[in-house]
Design a binder for this molecule. Structure first.
Ligand SMILES: [Zn+2]
Ligand SMILES: [Zn+2]
Length: 266
């Protein structure tokens, strides 16, 4: 299965990174709608788009205002935007206030609060609440019996998308996060700035390594990079160092990176 990294920064864009947006073209699933979402049109393969929002901070929703142009370039039949009810209503009331953006979107707003899990085609989505100012949710995507072009038919594929969180380490969360083919985890701060991470509701390298060590994903992808970080590659090196006793393949997300994951990939 392929993941496209359309925006890999937290907070604001820089010369190399737009804000948070990831895309699974085979399923039409978009993870967050930061400014990287302008890159979506050329990649769309499905008649519908499902946009899963972790929360409603601007670096995860600004790209919703690009949908008019995205759908002009590549029309689809249905767009569904999923998230917690209070986040969706804040977006509709404020981001799509006539005073902020002139046009209402022709989309379905889908509240997840009463849906501990729901199906999007062959993908079962579940979610967990996370600690972050205003709250965020982490998503788990379980794909079943997907036919791949190489003829491989994995029994299942599991992707975790955990961003804007200090990183839960309780047993329930660790169990829920286990056996992932791909864990996407934010990593905004190095460990020597962990006090800033805790203050702002973000993760730091040792915390991400602790979660990965406890849950053993086949591949760990570090996301939501600090746009002012002069050497984000150091985050990956720090996580790898913390995991050196029992290594886990770890990569740092870059804008326009295309990643294959699942059986036979890595
Ligand atoms: Zn963010
Ligand atoms: Zn946030």
């Amino acid at each position: 299965m392929q993941l496209h990294c359309l925006g890999t920064a937290g907070y604001h864009p820089n010369e190399d990174r737009h804000t948070s947006c990831y895309f699974l073209p085979e399923s039409g699933i978009v993870l967050d709608a930061g400014t990287g979402m302008f890159r979506l049109p050329a990649l769309i393969q499905t008649p519908s788009l499902d946009i899963l929002l972790s929360h409603a901070h601007l670096d995860h929703i600004a790209g919703l205002t690009f949908l008019l142009d995205i759908l002009h370039q590549h029309p689809v039949q249905t767009v569904r935007i999923w998230g917690e009810a209070k986040k969706l209503s804040a977006i509709r009331e404020h981001l799509f206030s006539e005073l902020v953006f002139p046009v209402q979107l022709d989309v379905q707003w889908c509240e997840i609060d009463e849906l501990p899990q729901f199906d999007l085609g062959d993908c079962t989505v579940s979610w967990q609440r996370q600690e972050h100012p205003g709250g965020s949710v982490g998503y788990r995507l379980d794909f079943s019996r997907r036919q791949q072009s190489g003829g491989v038919t994995p029994e299942r594929l599991r992707l975790l998308y955990l961003t804007d969180t200090t990183g839960r380490t309780d047993q329930e969360m660790m169990h829920w996060c286990s056996e992932a083919d791909l864990m996407m985890h934010e990593c905004y701060f190095p460990t020597d700035k962990s006090q800033w991470a805790i203050r702002t509701g973000h993760s730091w390298t040792d915390r991400v390594a602790e979660i990965a060590a406890a849950t053993r994903p086949a591949l760990l992808l570090l996301t939501h990079v600090n746009p002012l970080d002069p050497d984000p590659g150091a985050l990956r090196r720090q996580v790898e160092k913390a995991l050196h006793a029992d290594p886990i393949p770890t990569r740092l997300a870059e804008d326009r990176m295309k990643l294959s994951f699942g059986v036979g990939n890595g």
